[in-house]
Design a protein around this ligand. Structure first.
Ligand code: FAD
Length: 413
């Protein structure tokens, strides 16, 4: 089967923000699982590596390959939604927004989601993409089954009856194979009531515990300078923003609460409230510290950022995520306070980001695989208790490293 696949020539690929490019030898956009399997087998037979480019929203070199680069956007759509079991099955290239209407029609919704909805579900799951709220896991934490094309070109489904493999596959950064479909746990459809406002730093810190525990979603952007809000399209409606917080609180709306379109006070279907609008003008780092150390880490970050201006002009976003069991998850076995900052494209921001890395390392910070980080193999093994188990499974499924690239080989070979 594999040798029959024609490998079309490659051309340059660039990610969404434009900080990563590669020129693969081959590029293909398969339209079926069988085509994926044939392409992977053909590439492996030629000794070429294989990677998938989903929506290209990762900042780290986790897509690049000089072998075969696959585009799975034709493998898109929710295949089934089962309200009785709270499950949905979707093809790997389904964008997050592609879940909305099919799930809503069945009285269902995604349990939680992040700031944007243009990622493909497989791309989002591969890196542990998350929203906010310690009662909820990342999107990876709700994966209950994955169908993969392995390095041998075989189609393999991993489900809850293989918990160790599933824990490896939930956050695998594309290293176990090409995902073609995923089964997710979903929830009953819900509407959200938002409360958005500009708060003082002291008020946020004083009310931190209540904000984190008593709301479905609480997240904030701390703005080091007056111009910081505009960099993430955060509207302060004329209020001063420097050294203040843009706070977002979402709670489930009662059934009799009418929809509202009032900015900052909207009430609507969950999927209309979650997404924000970003321009591709930032290069982000995001680290996960144990939830209970969140306030201490935030205070230290605020001091560092004020001392690092103007390089640190992008907001510090803070969210929370619940624990899960995925081997490479930054939330493995612990709930997290998640802190992200950005370098300004076009400037040499590496010294600033390294200072952030050094500071958050003191809080045992784990990294977001899709966002800039400075992880070494030593730190990987110190911070991720199941890293060895993941690597053993990776080696078993892909002994020749077909799905590794230079960046991933350094950490996971
Ligand atoms: C504006 C913006 C907002 C963001 N907001 C959030 C947020 O709120 N929360 C959060 O946690 N992250 C966020 N991110 C990060 C983003 O969610 C992750 O980087 C995510 O992995 C990107 O998904 P993608 O579809 O673009 O995947 P890509 O970046 O294209 O790929 C990610 C990884 O998945 C692999 N992959 C993709 N498809 C497959 C497949 N079918 N089989 C095997 N491997 C595959 C790729 O090879 C790569 O290693 C944001 C990023 C941006 C740019």
């Amino acid at each position: 089967m594999g040798s029959a696949a024609v490998l079309p020539p490659g051309r340059e690929w660039t990610n969404w923000v434009g900080n990563r490019t590669c020129t693969p030898r081959f590029r293909a956009a398969p339209r079926s699982e069988e085509e994926v399997a044939a392409l992977v087998a053909a590439a492996a037979a030629r000794g070429a590596g294989v990677r998938v480019a989903a929506a290209g929203h990762s900042f780290t070199p986790i897509v690049q390959t000089d072998g075969l680069l696959l585009d799975l956007s034709a493998l898109s759509g929710v295949v089934s939604a089962d309200a009785a079991r709270s499950r949905a099955v979707a093809l790997a290239g389904t964008p997050i927004h592609g879940f909305y209407e099919p799930l809503w029609r069945e009285g269902l919704a995604l349990i939680n989601q992040g700031d944007i909805d243009t990622q493909q579900i497989a791309g989002a799951v591969a890196t542990g993409t998350h929203g906010s709220g310690p009662r909820f896991t990342s999107l990876s934490g709700v994966v209950r089954g994955v169908t993969l094309v392995t390095a041998a070109g075989e189609v393999r489904t991993i489900g809850e009856d293989e918990p160790e493999l599933l824990a490896a596959a939930q956050v695998a950064v594309g290293m176990l194979g090409v995902m073609t479909r995923l089964e997710l746990e979903v929830t009953s459809a819900y509407r959200l009531r938002e409360q958005v406002g500009i708060w003082s730093w002291d008020e946020v810190m004083e009310r931190w515990d209540e904000l984190v525990t008593e709301h479905r979603h609480f997240g904030l952007f701390w703005l080091p300078a007056e111009e910081s809000g505009a960099l993430y399209n955060l509207d302060g409606h004329g209020q001063p923003m420097a050294d203040r917080c843009y706070v977002k609180i979402y709670d489930e709306a009662a059934p009799d609460e009418p929809d509202s379109a009032t900015p900052g006070r909207r009430v609507d279907r969950c999927y209309r409230i979650y997404p924000m609008v970003y321009d591709a003008n930032f290069h982000e780092l995001e680290y996960f510290v144990p939830l209970e150390r969140g306030p201490e880490a935030m205070r230290a970050m605020r001091e560092l950022m004020l001392a690092s201006l103007p390089l640190s002009v992008f907001p510090m976003e803070v969210r929370t995520v619940g624990p899960d069991e995925a081997h490479l998850s930054p939330n493995y076995g612990r709930a997290s306070a998640v802190i992200s900052v950005s370098g300004q494209p076009g400037t040499d921001y590496w010294g600033y980001l390294r200072a952030v890395d050094a500071l958050l390392a003191q809080f045992d910070a784990r990294v977001h695989w899709g966002k800039l980080h400075f992880l070494t193999p030593e730190r990987l093994h110190a911070l991720y208790p199941r890293a060895d188990d993941f690597i053993a499974i990776r080696r078993r499924l892909d002994p020749r490293g077909v799905f590794l690239n230079a960046h991933l080989r350094e950490l996971f070979a």
